[in-house]
Write a protein that binds this ligand. Structure first.
Ligand code: OXD
Ligand code: MN
Length: 594
């Protein structure tokens, strides 16, 4: 399978020539995104064992892949932002001087495609025709990457046709090499529109359109061009009158963005006619529309979701999305049915199974996990039953509210509203969450993760905050989204979750949207506006959540917040003089009101 270049764009062809000279592939295949080509690549990957075909009846066009056991999550310690100076990358990013980094990466990548095929993937982040959309070329030696990119992005010649001779495209080079942990690097060069990823085959490190482009490079582009790339889901809430209001929400990785984006309204809401529509579950590109409101698109075309915990109760829509055309990574395999299985999928683990490491596994008796905690599904967005009719809208959807949130057993109330835009930026900047399995590191530890962008901001976080503040200055306060913070994860002293979460979170979104419309009052506290307990609808869950429990998770404990304010001060200190004055003032006024 060798084919002709799909473009005459000189900047693309020149860049490719250099990369071919560097990595020395045996063959070059341009990916046109056609079904025929996808089928041929699937068959080839099955023949080499790179993919396992699942049961065609039960899981049509679905495949299983296992990554190397040392390569199962994003590696933040080996993710670099290579700006000319360290200050441009800021204190929260790993940095390396670009020339030194290129040299190091080229030495690792040199000749690494010998005996392999180079796949050239032209892709678009965003619907190809959208004014928000941006093009990229990813070169890879992995069929797994090609097939995932064909789900997660729009791939093919139309992207190149739209690009024409333009030089405005993101360069992406991925080399599997030997999956050597010691030589694994995920490097972004924001000034050069370039990404290089070596020695990994794990999605977040190698599907370069996602975190590397749509967040790290795009956040930098947005800063320069006056828009925003955010780690946010986009959902629409339709009320019984048929009006849809859109919310963008940022949570750290594996804190339930996919579940919230696809939530099924509780029965009492469904009966009244409420619906929730998913526009995106991970990334938003946001810019001001002609009417002065902020509009968001989801630049992706699929869902790269965490499998464990996804089930018919937690997220039936995500589960439905995985029923066809899906690639499962590092889940367990049921050999009797040739279907995927993971922890908490159901109560029926396979007896005759293979675990994510590829070992025989009896899920009924084994005490080791069948699926890796960060095992994933890559599912086409079109499969999702609640996919928004606006999903392909090239102009995006107008945003009424921005919601930040984290996993905090104590402290942060179920929901609160910031006082205004700048206070909202402060609320986003102080986000903190207990760590999950989506990145390498200790699960449960608290870490500050401003706007859930800590691992994804392609430049100095202080400049990023200032960019948020500057965007706010361009917005008419009546048109600017209102900014909120939520915490679904409050626990009792005994460690029990106090809020049921999942679909019931709509009760909180309802309050948020009422606040946006000025339809409900709120109590002013030191941190912002908190609901009166009576204004959160508990109908249908009174047995699960008593009024007292609700009141307890809406409470703002000033003593705990004083400690928190000290922690925020320490976190801010590393930004020195670059910390926006506005945020310094916000912290001072929080301290004063406490
Ligand atoms: C993701 C992540 O995969 O944030 O979305 O890690
Ligand atoms: Mn994410």
């Amino acid at each position: 399978m060798e084919n002709k270049a799909l473009t005459t764009n000189k900047s693309i062809l020149a860049w490719l020539d250099e990369k071919i000279e560097l990595v020395k592939p045996d063959k070059i295949v341009w990916i046109d995104g056609s079904q025929e080509q996808i089928d041929a690549l699937r068959a080839e990957a099955v023949s080499t064992g790179e993919l396992t075909k699942l049961n065609e009846e039960l899981a049509p066009d679905c495949y299983l892949h296992r990554t190397h056991p040392n390569d199962v999550a994003r590696v933040e310690s080996r993710t670099l932002i290579c700006t000319p100076t360290k200050e441009e990358a800021g204190p929260t990013n790993n940095w390396m001087e670009p020339n030194a980094c290129y040299q190091m990466l080229y030495d690792i990548a040199r000749d690494s495609y010998k005996g392999r095929t180079m796949y050239v993937i032209p892709y678009s982040m965003g619907p190809v025709a959208s004014p928000f959309a941006k093009a990229g070329i990813e070169v890879t030696d992995s069929i797994y990457v090609v097939l995932n990119m064909c789900i997660m992005t729009r791939v093919g010649k139309s992207v190149l046709d739209k690009l024409g001779d333009s030089n405005d495209w993101v360069r992406g080079l991925h080399c599997k090499c030997d999956i050597d942990e010691e030589k694994r690097y995920i490097c972004q060069f924001p000034q050069d529109n370039t990404i290089i990823s070596v020695n990994s085959g794990y999605g977040g490190n190698v599907l370069l359109g996602k975190k590397c482009f749509a967040l790290r490079i795009a956040s930098y582009q947005g800063w320069k061009e006056g828009w925003q790339a955010e780690h946010m889901l986009i959902l629409g809430v339709e009320n019984p009158k048929g009006e849809v209001k859109y919310i963008c929400a940022a949570f750290p990785s594996a804190c339930g963005k996919t579940n919230l984006a696809m939530l099924i309204p509780p029965e009492v809401y469904r009966e009244k006619g409420y619906k929730v529509w998913c526009v995106g579950d991970d990334i938003s590109w946001i810019r001001k529309g002609p009417d002065g409101r902020l509009y968001a698109i989801n630049p992706e075309n699929g869902f790269f979701g965490v499998a464990p915990g996804t089930n018919a109760h937690s997220n039936p829509n995500a589960l439905a999305a995985t029923k066809k055309g899906t690639i499962f990574t590092n889940v367990a395999l049921n050999l009797d049915t040739m279907t995927a299985w993971w922890e908490d999928l159901d109560n029926d683990p396979p007896e005759n199974g293979i675990d994510w490491l590829g070992n025989p596994w009896n899920g009924k008796t084994s005490d080791v996990k069948g699926a890796h905690p960060n095992s994933r599904f890559t599912a086409p967005a079109v499969n999702c039953p609640c996919l928004s009719p606006e999903f392909e809208n090239p102009n995006g959807v107008p945003i009424s509210a921005i919601v930040f949130g984290g996993r905090r057993a104590k402290l942060a109330p179920l929901v609160y509203q910031s006082r205004d835009w700048n206070n909202g930026v402060f609320v986003g900047s102080i986000m903190a969450s207990e760590k999950t399995a989506a990145a390498v590191g200790k699960v449960g530890e608290l870490r500050r993760d401003p706007m859930a962008m800590l691992p994804f901001c392609g430049y100095n976080m202080a400049d990023y905050w200032q960019h948020w503040i500057d965007i706010g200055k361009t917005l008419d306060p009546d048109k600017a989204p209102k900014i909120f913070n939520v915490n679904w994860f409050r626990k009792s002293d005994e460690g029990k979750f106090l809020w049921p979460g999942f679909g019931e979170n709509l009760r909180v979104l309802e309050w948020i949207l009422k606040r946006c419309e000025g339809e409900v009052d709120a109590k002013e506290t030191a941190i912002g506006y908190v609901p009166y307990a009576e204004d959160i609808n508990l109908s249908g869950i009174e047995d699960e959540v008593s009024m007292d429990t609700l009141k307890s998770i809406l409470e703002v404990d000033n003593d705990l917040w004083k400690e928190e304010a000290d922690g925020i001060g320490e976190f801010y200190a590393q930004f020195g003089d670059k910390l926006p004055e506005t945020l310094k003032n916000e912290l001072d006024s929080l301290k004063a009101s406490l």
